[in-house]
Design a binder for this molecule. Structure first.
Ligand SMILES: Nc1ncnc2c1ncn2[C@@H]1O[C@H](COP(=O)(O)OP(=O)(O)OP(=O)(O)O)[C@@H](O)[C@H]1O
Length: 747
């Protein structure tokens, strides 16, 4: 007790002493930074490095060491707190981008930094953020001092971790503001106390719009990681809205492996004489030197076979597989999982709940496994233990996207390998990659080692109707994705073997696609009924809208936190889907494709649910997913089913012809009736006569019969009446026959 006042005064004195030491340190750092500023526009990498063990900081003569020539963190004018944290994390030597940009950034300049993937850009902006606020003695009452914006939630989370590492011994408050989190109300209460925000654009804008008293008028530093992505059209509106609420007087830093060079973009951010730092601009390749890159031609309908074979051949690796849409990721993941390849499988896409996304991300960091993902994982992510392979099963949108995807492997000093599957029509991508200094080698796949998976998939789809729906959606999404791609040199729907592709996914029939019209075409091989052609009746949307839509769809795939006005540009989830396995909500979706191949008619049960064509076989043996793989059994079943369906088709055609004839006659009768009215009198008379048919013994007039045939008479009467014009086979008989056949199929 007696000691208490003493220790209190001691701790007060300690605090005072610490504060004064901190102030001294800050003033020394400011002096050091100011006196040794690198020339504006100079490249620190061109300077001769300081000799080993050379003194750093204030020298004997009162001058300071030249930090622009620093190669180690310890040679930079950094606070002790930051230095200790870097040391603790094991960071000693700087990477090239860090050496080139930190001297400029530490003296408050705007920086536009570009360096290969995995080259350490994160520390190049996190250190200046922390140092700036430290030197300004930023505290909770000062509000938001720095904002770091990332295009994806996972990347924002990763940046937040690096910030925690570097700021470990500092006293700032920092917050991760990303969409998909439920605690937004709590966030709103606390966001005004945060000094550093790491966020996605949508969530930041949400706070700007909704959080009372949220303001960033004191902002010191703004950072855009993956800047070219954030400046891209998909984020344009949100970024403009954000920037309009920030003070113009601030430091701005933009980093990416594929940096923007657009003057317009930079003007939007009001950069002041930025330092352009592109450390690998003169390098031989735009990708890491330890990365081995290959590409191979894989016909679209063999893609899944190739992917399956690849996975089976690399069971001890950590593999990242990129596909172009969420639905494909879901389908391939679910289907392959059921086929148990012998390695854990995971999937990551923007439609997943945030918690699950985080779990999957951390599991993949730790485990040898295959992660199927969309471009949500393409940028910035640094999976803890090295990724061995990046497989691009679907062609990336452009060269930049390729570079970021392959950049998930061969990071920092480690090596890695990548393979790109290209359909024959996508091979032009190779020229584009080579022109952008990507050393990619085209190799021939070893077809002997190909393990076909399509047969297994069709069996799976029989058993799991939900998988059939998923496959159909994946198919449609893929087609739409190709359709909206802006680079038509590479992506062309018309070049794709659509029916074969659907079959390779195990689909019993090719789903209809709303945005395209099926037309007969010569590109098709026998057995394929159609090619897809753009529907032109409504007129093509202007290129910019198409592009915005494509971009927005892409962002949706990545589930970035988009503002509502951008989301409204999007089609609803299933807009293009006309699935045989579900009843569409909108009436107009109920289209019948009369051109579909013979034998692909869909069968419904009593509840109106469709039955997969092989459901009967599946029902016979439920124990094993692979039980339907008896080839003979399956072929026999297909043959029988085909015959039955052909019979039904035949009857359908007769019925159709009959109906059309009925219609023609009806119209004729109507026309006649028009005349008859004049001749015979009232309507009453007409209908009455028809109803009386057979009772007065007179042969009724044909027109009256057909007028009545549309009434609610029972089938028998109708049959009798119809027999008056066609005595070969009645409509009722034909319908009964059709029903009988359908019934036979159900059993
Ligand atoms: N100076 C350093 N010393 C040792 N390791 C470092 C250093 N700088 C960065 N790293 C490590 O290198 C890896 C890649 O760094 P980082 O994620 O910052 O790369 P990047 O350039 O941002 O890549 P991308 O373009 O893919 O976003 C990380 O694991 C990081 O911890």
């Amino acid at each position: 007790m007696g000691n208490k006042p003493k220790s209190k005064s001691k701790s007060k004195a300690d605090r005072k002493e610490r504060r004064s030491a901190e102030l001294d340190e800050i003033s020394l750092l400011n002096e050091w930074i100011e006196s040794q500023k690198p020339d504006s526009g100079s490249n620190p990498l061109a300077l001769k490095p300081l000799p080993d063990n050379a003194p750093v900081g204030r020298l004997h003569d009162g001058s300071f060491s030249a930090y622009s020539a620093a190669t180690k963190f310890s040679e930079l004018p950094l606070s002790k707190k930051t230095m200790d944290a870097l040391k603790k994390a094991g960071y000693v030597k700087m990477t090239e981008i860090q050496r080139a940009s930190l001297p400029h950034a530490l003296c408050g300049r705007d920086v536009l930094g570009a360096a290969k993937t995995g080259s350490g850009k994160t520390l190049a902006f996190v250190i200046p953020v922390v140092e700036k606020l430290h030197k300004e003695r930023w505290g909770p009452e000062d509000g938001v001092g720095s904002i770091i914006i990332s295009p994806t939630r996972e990347l924002a989370g990763q940046l937040f971790d690096v910030l925690k590492t570097v700021g470990k011994f500092h006293n700032f408050s920092a917050g991760l503001l990303i969409g998909g989190r439920k605690d937004v109300e709590m966030e709103k209460e606390r966001v005004n106390e945060l000094n550093i925000l790491v966020c996605t654009p949508g969530r930041l804008l949400q706070h700007m719009d909704e959080t009372p008293n949220f303001e960033c008028s004191q902002l010191q530093i703004l950072v855009l990681d993956e800047a070219d992505r954030i400046l891209d059209v998909g984020f344009k509106k949100s970024l403009n809205a954000i920037v309009s609420q920030l003070p113009k007087h601030r430091q701005t830093m933009l980093f990416s492996a594929t940096q923007t060079k657009s003057v317009q973009d930079l003007a939007r951010l009001s950069l002041k004489d930025p330092e352009y730092i592109s450390v690998h601009e003169k390098a031989e390749s735009a990708t890491p030197s330890r990365l081995q890159q290959t590409a191979m031609t894989v016909p679209l309908d063999q893609k899944l076979d190739m992917l399956w074979s690849f996975v089976k051949a690399h069971l001890n690796s950590k593999i990242l597989v990129f596909l172009s849409t969420c639905k494909q990721v879901k389908f391939v993941y679910e289907a392959f999982k059921k086929l148990r390849p012998g390695i854990p499988l995971k999937c990551l896409h923007g439609r997943m709940k945030q918690e699950r996304r985080i779990n999957i991300y951390s599991q993949f960091c730790e485990q040898r496994s295959v992660l199927f993902c969309t471009d949500v994982a393409a940028r910035g992510l640094d999976f803890n233990k090295a990724v061995d392979w990046v497989v691009q099963a679907d062609c990336p949108d452009d060269v930049a996207s390729y570079i970021h995807r392959v950049g998930r492997t061969a990071r920092y000093l480690s090596g890695g390998r990548s393979v790109l599957f290209l359909t024959p029509s996508e091979m032009k991508m190779i020229d584009k990659l080579k022109a952008a200094k990507v050393p990619i080698q085209v190799i021939k796949p070893n077809m002997k080692r190909l393990q076909p998976v399509s047969g297994l998939l069709s069996s799976l789809l029989v058993k799991h109707s939900e998988l059939q729906e998923l496959a159909a959606k994946a198919f449609i999404r893929y087609m739409r994705c190709i359709h909206i791609q802006k680079d038509k040199d590479v992506f062309e729907v018309k070049e794709l073997p659509i029916d074969k592709f659907a079959a390779s996914m195990g689909l019993p029939l090719t789903p209809n696609i709303r945005f395209v019209k099926k037309l007969k075409g010569k590109q098709l091989s026998v057995g394929e009924s159609s090619v897809l052609e753009l529907e032109t009746s409504g007129g093509e949307p202007p290129a910019e809208i198409k592009r915005q839509k494509a971009e927005t769809n892409k962002l949706r795939e990545e589930n970035l936190d988009l503002p509502a006005e951008l989301l409204s540009l999007n089609d609803s989830e299933d807009e293009d889907v006309e699935l045989p396995t579900r009843i569409s909500k909108k009436k107009k979706k109920l289209k019948i494709n009369i051109h579909r191949p013979v034998g692909t008619r869909v069968v419904f049960d009593e509840q109106g649910n469709t039955l997969p064509p092989l459901a009967r076989v599946a029902g016979a043996n439920n124990d094993d997913d692979l039980s339907l793989l008896d080839k003979d059994k399956r072929n026999e079943y297909y043959k029988k089913m085909r015959e039955e369906l052909m019979k039904v088709d035949k009857v359908d055609k007769v019925l159709d012809r009959q109906r059309r004839r009925d219609k023609r006659i009806k119209e004729k009768v109507k026309r006649k009736r028009g005349l008859g009215d004049e001749e015979e009198g009232s309507d009453e008379d007409l209908s009455g006569s028809g109803a009386d048919e057979g009772t007065n013994g007179r042969k009724p007039k044909r027109s009256k019969i057909y007028f009545n045939s549309d009434s609610d008479d029972d089938g028998e009467t109708r049959g009798k009446k119809e027999s008056a014009i066609d005595d070969s086979i009645s409509l009722a008989e034909q319908e009964a026959l059709a029903l009988k056949l359908l019934d036979a199929m159900h059993q």
